[in-house]
Design a protein around this ligand. Structure first.
Ligand code: ZN
Length: 283
């Protein structure tokens, strides 16, 4: 355990399944120093997702939690996806920006909601390097270790990368004011997980009554991309849970639907753990 990552080990017989929640951390280190009000910077967390998926360890799946806030550094981005507009000139490392940069939501976020600028200064190279080395890298090391340990034990590993999304869309995300699906499963268009694993998740959630979309709007980003290799038996998928089915987004409180949504996610985790065990015992 450190101030960057917490690993909750399996509380029952280990399954070839790993869960991670990269956006539920609550820590803003002292050198964050935003110009924007802290309340705005705090809002972008995936509230309560660590609790929604908290039963993972009961079903043999380690659960990895980031302890730092997403607005400080985002572990679901590659370190090359750096917005140089907020970094002092002459950054010496390779940069490969993505569409996230235009939304202000790359490795180190420049804006909240695509329009509220976080800093009134440029970050020094030392600040950026510190965020990567002290926070991003330990988180990734913990995820990689858990996945590699399961893979070494079983020859396969299944990974669920856990998130939540605002109930309604946003112009910056291309879906202004549209109510999103209850859950969106992301496999980067089938490149990070096989159809069978995806179907276990989707079928379980649909059977529980949820409207589930696949690769619509939220296809999965760095954590499912980086550690997946379906041909080698490493499958990763992202789940985005609609905040409207478990919380009051304005008040940042659990809603009266929280317990049912959590119970349904727990049942899904149990089904996936069973599926994962079958896959390795079948050889
Ligand atoms: Zn997230």
């Amino acid at each position: 355990m450190s101030d960057s990552v917490t690993v909750i080990p399996a509380r029952s017989e280990l399954a070839p399944l790993v869960l991670d929640s990269p956006h539920t951390g609550m820590l803003f280190p002292d050198d964050f120093r935003p110009a924007l009000p802290m309340a705005d910077c705090m809002r972008v967390n995936d509230w309560f997702v660590d609790e929604l998926f908290g039963a993972g360890p009961d079903h043999g799946a380690p659960l990895i939690l980031a302890e730092f806030r997403r607005a400080y550094i985002d572990p679901n981005r590659d370190t090359t996806d750096l917005d140089l507009e907020i970094v002092a000139d002459g950054w010496p490392h390779p940069v490969k920006q993505t569409e996230k940069t235009s939304r202000g939501a790359s490795l180190i976020w420049r804006m909240i909601d695509g329009d509220k600028v976080i800093y009134d200064r440029k970050l020094s190279h030392a600040e950026v390097t510190s965020r990567i080395e002290q926070y991003w890298r330990p988180y990734h090391a913990a995820v990689k270790t858990a996945l590699d340990d399961a893979y070494a034990a079983f020859g396969k590993v299944f990974h669920i990368n856990c998130h939540s999304m605002p109930e309604f869309g946003n112009a910056v995300w291309g879906d202004p004011n549209i109510r999103r699906a209850d859950m969106v499963i992301g496999t980067r268009d089938g490149s990070t997980a096989g159809d069978a694993f995806t179907a276990v998740v989707v079928d379980q959630l649909r059977a529980a009554g949820y409207q589930v979309a696949i690769n619509e709007g939220f296809k999965g980003v760095e954590l499912v991309r980086r550690y997946s290799d379906p041909a080698a038996g490493r499958e990763s998928l992202q789940i985005e849970v609609n905040r409207g089915i478990y919380m009051d987004e304005a008040a940042i409180t659990r809603s009266d639907r929280f317990a049912q949504t959590q119970a349904d996610i727990t049942a899904m985790i149990a089904a996936v753990a069973d599926y994962a065990r079958t896959q390795v015992s079948a050889g």
